[in-house]
Design a protein around this ligand. Structure first.
Ligand SMILES: Cc1ncc(C[n+]2csc(CCOP(=O)(O)OP(=O)(O)O)c2C)c(N)n1
Ligand SMILES: [Mg+2]
Length: 375
């Protein structure tokens, strides 16, 4: 828990103490292991110094990542069958990022992300039935069937969306952190966005305010190498996105986002930084999406070999499976049983999503304006 602190100062008051604060921060940053380890990771680079998981942690990571993978595979199938309409962006390949981060945080910490959001919702503990029923536009969905793939929320599970406008979640996530700082509740906000979103102006306005007011927010850049069909190399003058906070004095590091252990370790370090009142932190997760940008993208801008290489050599779930088997912490049969259990949960969700009724027409007039109740 963070120490109780005064509410955010006004800009001028903050400025007065800025030089003192910067000096103190520089010392802290120098001592931080994060600074020493920053830079250099690539998807699947598997840094040797990453601490091992316990067998229990490996099993949990395996099951949680598998739940997301199987959910997304089913969503892809159902989309193909015409059961899901509108946009649908799958998270397959990136599972280690959200699962590792959830393993690093505490109950009550918050999550906000963009439109590639099904994995984040499941990792937050939202019921797969409600998520799938939202994809099919049914009453049993988290937004009563009115939001679809990109627009789901659960204040109970601390998931704040689900946002279709690229980068829009960054100022919103910064606002969540501002509220937490103001209320001195010790909570940390995880604000996820993509490599493409990292080129949005509003991201840098948010960075500035977050550092100025020491807001407890971890900016997690999910660098899956592409923004729709445009590679990071084609779109970004500075391709090391962990450095994007330098001019705001925000520490950043690159993390192998295909290794759930590396993600958890970096996430815990960043959360500790935020909870200690040192302000925001940037984690650039080097990851990869196996499917197209959305269900309508045939992904012709990259070679099949590139995708296959990542799947075969760096897949996050396969890495955990191999470690579990090698360490004899689980047998092939144990892992098959987990897969069977997960498939059962997903199959139930898919049935629920097809059986739940369509929302009533009167629902068009609800949830338009706030009823005034605080979240
Ligand atoms: C403001 C805005 N501009 C453009 C778009 C269209 N668009 C949707 S996704 C996307 C690419 C974003 O890529 P990235 O941030 O890397 O996230 P990823 O899809 O890889 O998860 C674009 C340009 C949008 N939704 N909002
Ligand atoms: Mg991207």
């Amino acid at each position: 828990m963070s120490a109780k602190r005064a509410a955010p100062k006004t800009k001028s008051a903050s400025r007065k103490s800025a030089s003192k604060k910067t000096a103190a921060k520089k010392t802290a940053a120098k001592k931080s292991p994060a600074r020493k380890r920053a830079g250099g990771a690539s998807p699947g680079s598997g840094k040797p110094e990453v601490p091992e998981f316990t067998p229990e942690q490996e099993m949990k990571a395996f099951e949680d990542m598998l739940l997301i993978r199987r959910f997304e595979e089913k969503a892809g199938q159902m989309y193909g069958m015409g059961l899901i309409g509108g946009f649908c962006h799958l998270y397959i390949g990136q599972e280690a990022v959200v699962v590792g981060m959830q393993m690093a945080i505490e109950e009550g910490d918050q999550v906000i992300t963009g439109y590639r959001d099904h994995g984040h919702m499941l990792a937050c503990g939202m019921d797969p039935k409600g998520v799938m029923a939202e994809l099919t536009g049914r009453e049993g969905g988290f937004s009563k069937g009115k939001g679809g793939s990109m627009h789901m929320f659960s204040v109970e599970k601390k998931f704040y969306g689900g946002h279709g406008i690229v980068g829009a979640q960054v100022p919103l996530g910064t606002g969540l952190a501002f509220a937490n700082r103001y209320e001195e509740n010790g909570r940390v906000t995880l604000c996820y966005f993509g490599d493409g979103a990292a080129n949005q102006g509003q991201v840098y306005e948010s960075f500035n305010m977050a550092e100025l007011w020491d807001l407890p927010v971890i900016y997690i850049i999910e660098n899956n190498q592409y923004a729709m069909g445009t590679s990071v190399k084609r779109s970004s003058a500075q391709t090391d996105l962990s450095k994007r906070g330098i001019s705001f004095n925000i520490p950043g590091e690159q993390v192998d986002g295909m290794d759930v252990r590396a993600v958890k370790e970096a996430g815990a370090r960043a959360a500790e930084w935020c909870r200690a009142g040192k302000g925001p932190y940037i984690l650039e997760m080097m990851t990869y999406r196996y499917r197209g940008h959305s269900m309508s993208d045939p992904a012709k801008y990259r070679a099949k070999e590139e995708v296959n290489k990542m799947r075969e050599e760096h897949d996050a779930i396969e890495q955990v499976r191999a470690r579990l088997l090698k360490g004899k912490h689980a047998s092939e049969d144990d892992l098959k049983a987990i897969d069977k259990k997960v498939r059962g949960i997903i199959s139930e969700a898919a049935n629920f999503a097809q059986e739940s009724p369509e929302p009533d027409a009167k629902e068009l007039w609800t949830d338009v304006l706030s009823d005034g109740e605080a979240a």
